[in-house]
Write a protein that binds this ligand. Structure first.
Ligand code: GLC
Length: 742
């Protein structure tokens, strides 16, 4: 539809019809299958508003979408198609590793391809918009939603933000793309204490330096929608933050797309003590610039009254409606309200072999090898050594994490499936050993149905049998693979934890296995960095698998048996102990740094009962074989504003394996008017290097990227010296200095 026609449509709408466009409801209002992603309450809105609503939450499937759309178009004076929005966070039916695993790939190109595939799958099922990517920077793994983030670094997150948006929206014009709704704007990732839905307090320089860049990158890449955060930032709830939405996002960044609230978050403005009542909440949200009210009655019941009382202008409503109609128009819904929805397409697209192949590649790249003593890995496919695969994840299909809500875990390749394809039957055994979690209280707190609790927790007798079987298998074996991890319910939304350990029943089994004094290769499945300190010291090898997705079992077996040389590098620090949290590699130096302070050992910045360093730092990960960083060369040591730092890093693969290496460049602004992080990632390259090969990896870094934000939030780049570091993780030690002169 031409812009002029769209304008005419807007002008012809009644107030009710306009308000309807700003209301989003979930499946049960359309007699459609509903996935609950928030508290279920009856909304208390009129049937007329339901009939006029503009968008739907989490209704998918070509057949169902078509039916709902057809019925909707029969209602109302002006048939305006519904927008179908859904949470498709890291894959639709073909599920990738959780985003924290995606972050560990350091491979934005592959991520773009994967999200392009996701858009193809989900658009075939009638989805128009996905509530992804989540771009919240994270520093505290107690927060369950670290699962949804690509990690703790602003620059790395920005690369992934662009890749995900580009992949999702690439085929938007021809009906096979998805509009990206980036979220949760902004600062939700800094929830205090890592406690879900808690408030965040972030200084202006920190916000601009770390928390906003990924959003900015996604907006610049053309993301069509933004979701406001349901949390508060410096006391102001995201849903009512005019400074963030109207001033920064729209006016400064030039975003002209749709802003949506989070689930019920407009009405929660009352609970925050920010709004007087629901009508006031509607006023605050629409004034801040929130266009769509997701699952709350505030806009449906409040906007007309506010208008009649003169507390908001009709222009404000018109602007919001215009943005919603424009999105529908950009997606071509007025010409074809069903867009890509097609049962035929679904059958070709969903879980096709080429999509599975990309998922397998992504899982391979996401898995991080953290320890490999005496090069116990890779295992030989043909050897007379007996392998016992033991643990609750040995043959578990739930490898997709809690937020893959549209996928079916039965489509997953388990670890056992993967191993079976590599080995002859006689060389291995598989046994569960124990349940993932045997804490009934844990399940009860979510009101989990008795039947599914029974499915998760075996009887004491069954548990005992499993344990004995696994100990017998272990005794007969030469090598143990211990597949352990947290329960999917322990991470993701509303999955905050204070103790980031394996469930005790798994620890007990592990310790029994340790007593057998056989080499143990531990594989950890989790939605977050766990505290692995004890596990690491008692294992010969340790593999961090995250929730690796549909093809997880294949990818793990590829790594265990050397068909893929692990290349994953942590995008989030792994704590030594929970009491260190929050932690991040790019912290400021203190006046009394542990390493460089002149003070005697008591009066330095450290803990008296724990190391202050992480167990594994940001950027860390092992590969098979050995590689050395031999040289960092910077072409010119004095530069002026606007110039580029040209540098080379020389790496030598002195091992026997071909591999990928993620060459990482960090810098430190040596003296600045605001103290600067000890190191900040400024560039990286993922390069393939053959055994025996030497490579020079070139970096061109615009000097203007080395600036920082001052206390007023202004970007500054001050003359002086900067130290660059090159290496394989954030402890990178090769260094060179340059000087920025005026
Ligand atoms: C949730 C989440 C958000 C999600 C939304 C819709 O509560 O915070 O990430 O997109 O509801 O399901």
């Amino acid at each position: 539809m031409k812009s002029q026609q769209l304008r005419q449509l807007l002008d012809s709408l009644s107030l009710d019809e306009k308000i309807g466009q700003l209301v989003q409801l979930s499946g049960e209002f359309y007699q459609a299958q509903n996935i609950a992603t928030g508290p279920q309450k009856s909304l208390g809105i009129t049937q007329n508003m339901v009939d006029l609503s503009g968008s739907v939450l989490n209704v998918t499937g070509a057949e169902q979408v078509k039916r709902v759309q057809e019925e909707h178009l029969k209602k109302g004076k002006h048939p305006i198609p519904l927008l179908f929005m859904a949470d498709i966070i890291y894959g639709y039916h073909t599920v990738y590793p959780i985003p924290l695993g995606i972050g560990a790939t350091w491979d934005p190109k592959l991520v773009e391809e994967a999200y392009h595939n996701t858009a193809d799958e989900a658009s075939a099922s009638g989805v128009d918009v996905t509530f992804a990517p989540m771009l919240d920077l994270v520093r505290d793994p107690r927060w369950g939603r670290v699962l949804e983030s690509t990690g703790e670094d602003a620059m790395l997150n920005s690369h992934f933000a662009r890749a995900m948006v580009n992949g999702l929206q690439k085929d938007l014009p021809n009906g096979r793309g998805l509009a990206a709704c980036i979220k949760h704007f902004a600062g939700y990732g800094a929830a205090e204490g890592g406690r879900e839905y808690n408030s965040a307090d972030i200084s202006l320089p920190n916000l601009k330096q770390n928390y906003l860049p990924a959003y900015r990158a996604a907006v610049d890449a053309g993301a069509k929608m933004v979701m406001a955060s349901l949390s508060t930032l410096n006391g102001v709830p995201g849903t009512g933050d005019q400074w963030l939405i109207d001033d920064m996002l729209r006016k400064q960044w030039g975003f002209d797309g749709v802003v949506i609230s989070d689930y019920a978050s407009i009405q929660e403005l009352v609970d925050h003590g920010f709004a007087q009542d629901r009508e006031d909440a509607a006023r605050l949200a629409i004034t801040a610039g929130v266009d769509i009210d997701m699952k709350s009655p505030c806009y449906a019941n409040g906007l007309e009254q506010l208008l009649n009382k003169g507390r908001i202008s009709e222009e404000k409503i018109n602007q919001a409606v215009w943005r919603v109609l424009s999105l529908k128009n950009d997606l071509g819904l007025f010409e074809n309200p069903f867009r890509g929805a097609s049962i035929e397409r679904e059958s070709h697209s969903i879980l096709s072999s080429d999509k599975r192949a990309v998922a397998r590649k992504m899982s391979q790249e996401a898995i991080v090898l953290l320890k490999n003593e005496d090069e116990i890995l890779p295992l030989a496919k043909q050897s007379n050594k007996k392998i016992a695969v033991i643990g609750p994840y040995a043959d578990e299909a739930d490898l997709i994490g809690l937020w893959a809500v549209h996928a079916d875990r039965h489509d997953t390749v388990t670890l056992a499936d993967g191993i079976k394809e590599k080995l002859n039957d006689s060389y291995y055994s598989i046994s569960k050993g124990t349940d993932i979690l045997r804490d009934k209280k844990f399940f009860d707190q979510f009101g989990t149905a008795e039947e599914s609790v029974k499915r998760s927790i075996s009887s004491n007798e069954e548990e005992m049998k499993q344990r004995q079987k696994s100990l017998k298998n272990a005794a007969k074996s030469d090598i143990i693979i211990f597949a352990c991890g947290e329960h999917p319910l322990q991470s993701s939304e509303a999955g905050s934890r204070v103790l980031l350990r394996l469930p005790q029943n798994q620890v007990d089994l592990f310790n029994e296995l340790v007593e057998l004094q056989k080499p143990i290769i531990t594989i950890v499945f989790s939605g977050r960095p766990l505290v692995l300190t004890d596990l690491v010291s008692k294992s010969s090898a340790l593999v961090q698998a995250w929730f690796p997705g549909t093809e997880g079992g294949h990818a793990l077996a590829d790594i265990l048996f050397g068909d893929y040389n692990p290349s994953g590098r942590l995008s989030m620090s792994m704590p030594y102990i929970e009491g260190q949290l929050p932690m991040h590699y790019d912290h400021l130096s203190t006046g009394r740094s542990e390493e460089t302070s002149q003070h005697n050992s008591r009066f330095v910045s450290r803990y008296v009962d724990s190391p202050s360093k992480p167990l594994f730092p940001f950027g860390f990960g092992l590969s098979y074989g050995e590689l050395v960083y031999s040289k960092l060369v910077i072409e010119r040591s004095q530069l002026k504003l606007g110039e580029t730092v040209e540098s080379y890093v020389t790496i030598n693969n002195i091992g026997n394996y071909n591999r990928y290496e993620v060459v990482q460049i960090y810098f430190h602004d040596d003296v600045a008017s605001v103290a600067q992080p000890v190191k900040r990632l400024v560039d990286f390259k993922r390069v393939f290097i053959k055994a025996g090969e030497t490579k020079q990896v070139k970096f061109s870094i615009p000097i203007n990227q080395l600036g920082f934000y001052d206390r007023k939030g202004n970007y500054q780049l001050e003359p002086g010296t900067f130290t660059f570091f090159a290496g394989s993780d954030s402890m990178a030690m090769l260094s060179e200095q340059i000087e920025l002169i005026q």
